[in-house]
Design a protein around this ligand. Sequence first.
Ligand code: SF4
Length: 383
Amino acid sequence: MLGSDFGGNNQPLCHMAASPSSVEPPALRRALLRWYDRHRRVLPWRAAPGRRAEPYHVWLSEIMLQQTTVATVGPYFERFVRRWPDIGALARAPLDDVLHGWQGLGYYARARNLHRCAGVVSGDFDGRFPDTEDGLRALPGIGPYTAAAIAAIAFDRPASVVDGNVERVIARLRAVETPLPGAKPALRDLAAELAPRRGNGRPGDYAQALMDLGATVCRPRRPACDRCPWAGACQARHAGNAETLPRRAARTARPVRRGVAFWVVRPDGAVLLRRRPESGLLGGMIEVPSTEWRAAAPDMAEIGAAAPVMADWTPLAGIVRHTFTHFHLELSVRAATVADGTCPGAIWCLPDRLGEHALPSVMKKVVAHALLGKRVGSSGRTG
Ligand code: SF4
């Protein structure tokens, strides 16, 4: 029964005279943990009830879950663990193999940091993760949220773990009307007031319970308040505006950037690829060479300067479109056939072996576009 998790008398709190905001954190924690014990999600990286979580699994899943859904991450996690069963195996793997395994998860800087972090833990910490938030935050690719999540889930350290799901639950529970992202500090403070302060408060289970509540009950649309262990205490539910929270500041439109990609083919059919610089967007990934991506389409001089080889270029019909977090990209493609492959850093690859390279999604689109491409208009010699 909803709300019956509160108080010692099993009386639904929503029918009690006390206001929802008067429910104390310990009562909320107990209610949430009781709910979690019955309704916890079974996830590939999660330890069975009563079992200690494997820090490698917790870390790997938390890095994969940044910006990605549980449903997407599941098969990736299982493949990674099968191929690299421990942190040492992952540290010893070539970076290209890790990037290749990461294809489809996006945000490739995470994969590079994952590999670096594996090297540090394996080399400097004898394969054991630090068990404090501060120690974890010193590792590559681990920010405040991930450090708190690993500290709580893997080591049962008291830590307040606040992701988007948790922000939503807290904003509703406490009826926070300030729009995101401005409300973040206040939501973090409110979440910290609720979180267990001691190890015997089951910090790891509490963190996962709150994540599960946000993912399965306190959903963005149509929250299932009738199944919520906090229903009696929830201020937004009482106010009848749960679905409108958290509020969000109006988004600014994503800008558009433009560029030209160069599809270079040798007489044997091999295609010219190269590796992007290690830092920056898609760092270290394999790409079809292109101009810089900027608001203004590149002029002929910029196209000529960026072309990887001297060639007679033919524009292909159509535009390749891709959306990144902060901008939309529009790439036109120019194609050429060259007699030899004298380009610094060139990686020549036959089309049927392109799958062996860690091509990000945008570059897969360029490849598909070029392989299907129809030549249009004039050609021009650049380089
Ligand atoms: Fe629970 Fe509904 Fe409140 Fe979310 S909005 S915390 S589901 S009662």
